[in-house]
Design a binder for this molecule. Structure first.
Ligand SMILES: Nc1ncnc2c1ncn2[C@@H]1O[C@H](COP(=O)(O)OP(=O)(O)OP(=O)(O)O)[C@@H](O)[C@H]1O
Ligand SMILES: [Mg+2]
Length: 204
């Protein structure tokens, strides 16, 4: 080079790019958490077709699953009612859960996304065949910056904000989120959303 500096290696550029993307995501995530806690996150509630949102989220992550040869399967019960929610935010929660499931499941495993209804709620579950979560970690899993294995390569995990954001979003939409997991035997993350209540038309 004319200025005497060496041309940066492609690997260096790639790793700088990845670091930049990670910091960018950190800033967005922190901003979203702060807004949610201040009650200022914009939520647009309406009638949401969960089936459609699940298909879109699965589609968005199917390339990641394919790369790890992870079988990604949808299982939705017939006649699932629509829910009262914000479709963008439901998609965001789902992408968080599905990307975790793919990230924390070894190659050739499986991830199942299912939806069913019970008692005026729709339950959306993301189940994986990964390492699972140790019993003692379960109470902290939705806390910001909490990661079971903080020493792990950051690229495989990010900053530990995904589940904290998912919890805020689900609560803002009137639902709950919880996890069931046995160490070594996979995890199931489930969140609920209220079934859309159709008001009876007023009689003349
Ligand atoms: N499906 C899963 N299987 C096993 N462990 C999981 C699973 N989902 C989450 N975890 C554990 O919970 C921790 C917190 O998850 P969370 O999504 O909040 O953060 P992250 O994935 O580490 O980073 P980020 O989502 O900010 O990129 C993870 O670091 C991991 O230890
Ligand atoms: Mg995550």
């Amino acid at each position: 080079m004319q200025d005497g500096l060496l041309e940066p290696k492609p690997e260096l550029l790639a790793s700088l790019y990845e670091e930049t993307m990670l910091v960018n995501r950190l800033i967005n995530d922190l901003q979203q958490l702060a807004l949610a806690e201040a009650g200022q996150l914009h939520i647009e509630m309406g009638a949401v077709d969960v089936h459609h949102v699940i298909e879109q989220a699965v589609q968005a992550l199917s390339a990641d699953a394919r790369k790890k040869e992870i079988h990604l399967q949808i299982n939705i019960s017939q006649d699932l009612p629509r829910v009262q929610a914000d479709s963008e935010r439901v998609g965001q929660v789902l992408r968080n859960l599905i990307s975790n499931a793919i990230k924390y499941t070894p190659p050739k495993g499986a991830v199942f996304v299912s939806a069913y209804t019970n008692n005026q709620q729709v339950y959306i579950a993301v189940k994986d065949t990964g390492h699972g979560i140790p019993q003692e970690a379960l109470p902290y899993i939705f806390e910001r910056f909490y990661r079971v294995d903080s020493s792990r390569n950051r690229k495989t995990g990010g900053y530990g904000l995904g589940l904290a954001i998912a919890k805020q979003l689900v609560q803002l939409m009137g639902g709950t989120i919880y996890v069931e997991s046995t160490d070594g035997h996979g995890s199931t993350f489930t969140f609920t959303l209220p079934v859309l209540q159709i008001e009876a038309p007023e009689k003349a």
